[in-house]
Design a protein around this ligand. Structure first.
Ligand code: URA
Length: 210
């Protein structure tokens, strides 16, 4: 049975212990259909913590974040903006794949996570922030941004800007930058323009690092 109280991470900053505890999370119903929990990846010493929306089909099967098409685009954009992906901690606001089946029951089609799922999963993201203590949090897309900055946050009005976190997160999120999700770049009618804007936001974020 899902636990309606949401995720309850152990009180530790050890990423391996957190990952292992998250693998058994029943904090919302998404675990029932997903293959596995996809926890964040990267070192506890990372200066930048990157937050996506939720694992996609490929990530659900691999058990790693951003290994599918959006991840490939993200890797390329990170490189162009001067980030080395190995120096980042990469995770998602929601750690199970939410999907529906197509009419033939074969393909798994991504479904945007709802506020309830985002809130239920948020304790894992906060636990990752406590473990990594990054200098900068990079939020990819509205779901990631609203998970930390609240449901009223408007990405279109504030993308690429240095943002202050709400007071309750002040110690955990020194500075945040929000930008579009790499999947939105892949879907954009003018992909080159969307990609250039995405890289420009990442470059602006890179400049904030000491
Ligand atoms: N999209 C995300 O937001 N996260 C992933 O890990 C993959 C695709």
């Amino acid at each position: 049975m899902p636990d309606s109280r949401g995720a309850e991470p152990p009180d530790t900053t050890d990423l391996d212990r957190l990952r292992s505890a998250a693998s058994g999370c029943r904090g919302c119903p998404l675990y029932q259909d997903a293959t596995q929990t996809v926890f964040g990846e990267g070192s506890a010493g990372a200066k930048v913590l990157v937050v996506g929306e939720q694992p996609g089909d490929k990530e659900d099967l691999a058990g790693e974040p951003f290994v599918g098409p959006a991840g490939k685009l993200l890797d390329r954009a990170f490189e162009e903006a001067g980030f080395d992906r190995r120096s980042l901690y990469v995770t998602n606001a929601v750690k199970h794949f939410k999907f529906k089946r197509d009419e033939r029951g074969k393909r798994r089609i991504h479904q945007k996570p709802g506020r309830t799922e985002v809130v239920a999963c948020r304790p894992w993201l906060l636990a990752e922030l406590r473990a990594v203590r990054p200098e900068l949090v990079l939020l990819l897309g509205a779901t990631a941004a609203q998970s930390l900055l609240g449901p009223k946050f408007r990405l279109t009005a504030h993308r690429g800007e240095p943002l202050e976190a709400p007071e309750e997160l002040a110690g955990l999120v020194p500075t945040a930058v929000a930008t579009v999700h790499p999947s939105a770049v892949l879907r954009a009618p003018d992909r080159d323009e969307a990609y250039a804007g995405f890289v420009a936001d990442l470059r602006a974020a890179a400049k904030l690092l000491g």
